[in-house]
Design a protein around this ligand. Structure first.
Ligand SMILES: Nc1nc2c(ncn2[C@@H]2O[C@H](COP(=O)(O)OP(=O)(O)OP(=O)(O)O)[C@@H](O)[C@H]2O)c(=O)[nH]1
Ligand SMILES: [Zn+2]
Length: 352
């Protein structure tokens, strides 16, 4: 069962200590105000996060849709407790509303981000760039999707303009209305991989999701109607299997992820990582194994997804070329009264 939701040998390896502790793997498919629904080999279960997990982890360490988790099952009941989250491969985050330091993870372990824009209206390059940046920063592979091809005044010119903007990322053209281009879009999503659709309101995301779900959508609705809990959920099902074997996460939060922090620009999406870097014990930490490295700790706990860290490093290198980073870091370190790793090492040597 869980293989169909993207379970892999790599995940099984990461899960091994939890398996030895008698826990069961599952994937969070729905996040509700008062709990979760989790897909395990036993089927879909209601789940609550263990108090310890909620208290010990910051907000970024709370389970979200797409997370792989370690569960204990209540015998005879269709409910479970989440004890741990496996390290996230990728993650969409935004700053938590109540705090600048804290980040909120919206969804995890997404392989492909379809950035959707429609061909009937004026194309907005800045907005598309922002959605593409949000996709890159999550660690997912972006694919630019041009919808409503049937309404395009000049398809070839628009496609060329968008391909130039999207650089290396693939561009696909679809018309959900005419049922065109869906196979080309799905070609970017392997079985067991997870995708999201992000983009502005009205560009045709819902229409596209419905087209991709096809007949399975009916089955999804039927499952919800017969929900034996007898309670209607306010949030719709968020992680769903597509007929072709891919998976899709759909929720209002994820759809608009690229619009968050628009004012501050895309670099604001990396605030959480900058806070981690500032929390390393040494001001010149290379995050490559020094003691007291907050980045390595976050990678290990799963609070920071490796692909996000890789994107940050890539962008960080680019930023360093345009601003005097060294001067800024030195100033920051002085303000915090941090010791440099190199000078601490030297002091150790001198003392010993
Ligand atoms: N002509 C044409 N219209 C389309 C196509 N796809 C979607 N539409 C129409 O565009 C409008 C908006 O589509 P939605 O799917 O609701 O857009 P959305 O991106 O989900 O919007 P939000 O739910 O606000 O995020 C609807 O009236 C659709 O019928 C298409 O391929 N061709
Ligand atoms: Zn570090």
């Amino acid at each position: 069962m869980i293989e169909q939701y993207g379970w892999s040998d790599l995940l099984a390896q990461a899960f091994a200590p939890h398996a030895r502790a008698g826990l069961t793997p599952g994937r969070v498919v729905v996040q509700q105000r008062n709990g979760y629904r989790v897909l395990a080999d036993q089927g879909e279960l209601r789940a609550k996060a263990a108090g310890r997990l909620m208290h010990e982890a910051g907000e970024a360490g709370h389970p979200v849709v797409g997370d792989w988790v370690a569960l204990s099952l209540e015998p005879g009941q269709r409910s479970a407790t989440i004890h741990a989250i496996l390290p996230r491969r990728t993650a969409f985050v935004r700053r938590a509303a109540h705090s600048v330091q804290d980040v909120q993870v919206i969804a995890a372990n997404i392989d492909v981000a379809f950035v959707v824009t429609s061909l009937n209206a004026d194309l907005n390059p800045r907005r598309i760039e922002r959605f593409l940046a949000a996709a890159w920063q999550s660690g997912a592979r972006p694919v630019l999707v041009l919808t409503k091809a049937d309404l395009s005044p000049d398809l070839d010119a628009q496609r060329a303009e968008m391909q130039a903007l999207a650089a290396d990322c693939p561009v696909v053209v679809v018309s959900a209305r005419q049922g065109q281009g869906l196979d080309g879009l799905l070609a970017h999503l392997a079985p067991g991989e997870t995708c999201v659709l992000i983009g502005s309101s009205g560009v045709g995301k819902s229409t596209l999701v419905n087209a991709l779900l096809g007949e399975d959508r009916m089955a999804t609705e039927a499952i919800r109607e017969s929900d034996d809990q007898g309670r209607h959920t306010t949030s719709h099902r968020q992680l769903v299997r597509l007929p072709g074997g891919g998976l899709i996460i759909d929720s209002p939060g994820i759809r608009e992820v690229g619009l968050i922090d628009a004012e501050e620009g895309v670099s604001a999406v990396f605030d959480d990582i900058e806070a981690l870097v500032a929390a390393c014990r040494f001001s010149d930490c290379s995050h490559g194994g020094e003691p007291g490295c907050a980045v390595q700790a976050a990678l290990k706990s799963g609070a920071l997804a490796p692909a996000r860290w890789a994107s940050f490093q890539k962008l960080g290198a680019e930023l360093a070329a345009v601003e005097d980073k060294a001067a800024r870091l030195a100033k920051d370190a002085k303000r915090r009264g941090q010791k440099s790793y190199r000078s601490a090492k030297k002091a150790d040597r001198d003392a010993g």
